[in-house]
Structures are given as C-alpha cells and as structure tokens.
Design a binder for this molecule. Structure first.
Ligand code: ATP
Length: 196
C-alpha cells in the first residue's frame, strides 16, 4: 500500500483538502481523530494521562477536557513530550493495523504534526498544504482565539522548514476553486510516480 501523508500548519486547510480527496476511493485516515479516541474515558492511555496530569484535567463527567490538556502541554514542552510518549505508540499500532487491514492501494493520512513527529519518514510521500499566516489566523478565528493560535503555531515547525521535507505543495491562499486543479495535479504526480 502506498502511504501519503497530508499535513500543514494550523488553519492551512488540511481538512478541506482531505475532504476533496474523499471521492477518489483511497483509504482516508485522520490522525487527530484517531488520537482523540485514545483520550476517551477508561482507555489505558486515559488512565496514564490522568495519572500524569492529575484529575484537574477532567470534566465533571470524567472525560478529559481537551482544552485544559492543550493548555498544559503548550505551556510546558516536557509535558507535551510526556503526552506524546503516552499516545504515540498506541496511535502508531492502531494506524498500522488499519493500514494492514485495508485492501486499498493508497492511503491518505492527515495529521498536523506528521513532519514534527518524524512519522513522515515512514510514509511514501508527504503532501503539504501551505497558506499565509494572516489567512490562517483569519480562517481559524472561530476555532481558536488569537493567543491560542499563536501558542499552537509556535509549537510546530514553520512552513519554510515543512516545505523542505515535503514532496508536493498545495497552495491554499486563494478561494476553494483554486484547490481543484491542484488536487488534479497531485493525482497526476502520484500516477506518474507509482504507475512507472
Ligand atoms: P486545523 O489546523 O485547525 O485542523 P486545517 O488545516 O484542517 O485546520 P481547515 O479546517 O481545512 O484547516 O480550514 C480552516 C478553515 O478555513 C475552515 O473553516 C475552512 O472551511 C476554511 N478554508 C479552508 N480553505 C479555504 C479557502 N481556500 N478559502 C476559504 N476558506 C477556506
């Protein structure tokens, strides 16, 4: 199976591009939603996270409050590392078993930190969605406050560094209709490489 990573900085348009790729019949995986499953109450990872971060990260119903957890890790790199050490091994096992259980010839794996985590080295190609900072801030306005955006963005590699490690770049600085021809170019790029 050919494994393609799809990544980009916060608010760059990863999910938007992923949605455009859904009609091609590939296996589609979202690392963030797979990771969120591990935070659910009473998983092994949940227990480890609560043991490490304390019960103050829990909602009244006992579920992990993702906003509080995010605040804890974005203000302390050692806590971020601790969370990654809890989540990543199971996440990788789960992703591998989904990939191995699929008969589809190509998988698109979307994730915010595919490059930062080193996961891109295990993939065949990395596709990066880029977008100017000001547009990313504007487009993320409903999801994150400006401070929240800056804090999260600072925790990621900058776009220039991500470009160096990527194989195909999608420019999402313009309207949605400008994504369509770029998706077609991506399809041609993959076809040329993998049918050869
Ligand atoms: P996050 O890092 O928060 O997961 P993301 O990289 O997945 O974000 P999207 O959720 O795809 O980015 O896009 C962010 C917002 O910008 C969404 O509301 C989306 O509808 C909007 N958006 C994406 N691309 C465009 C575009 N080309 N023109 C206008 N709005 C766009």
């Amino acid at each position: 199976m050919i494994k393609i990573g799809l990544t980009g900085s916060i608010g760059s348009g990863k999910t938007t591009v992923l949605n455009l790729l859904k009609d091609y019949g590939f296996l589609i995986l979202n690392l963030d939603s797979e990771a969120k499953k591990l935070l659910k109450k009473n998983t092994i990872e949940y227990k480890k996270i609560v043991a490490f971060f304390g019960k103050n990260i829990l909602n009244k119903d006992g579920e992990i409050n993702k906003k509080i957890l995010a605040e804890a890790i974005f203000s302390d790199p050692s806590k971020k590392k601790a969370l990654e050490n809890i989540i990543y091994p199971t996440l990788r096992t789960n992703i591998n078993s989904i990939l191995e259980g699929s008969k589809k010839p190509l998988a698109i794996i979307e994730g915010a930190v595919i490059i930062e985590s080193g996961y891109y080295l295990k993939l065949d190609k990395t596709v990066l969605v880029v977008c100017d900072l000001s547009r990313r801030i504007k487009r993320s306005y409903k999801k994150f406050s400006f401070d929240d955006f800056r804090r999260r963005d600072k925790n990621q590699l900058n776009q220039a560094e991500k470009i160096k490690k990527s194989d195909f770049i999608i420019n999402n600085n313009y309207g949605l209709k400008f994504l369509i021809p770029q998706i077609q170019l991506l399809m041609n790029f993959l076809k040329n490489i993998y049918s050869a």
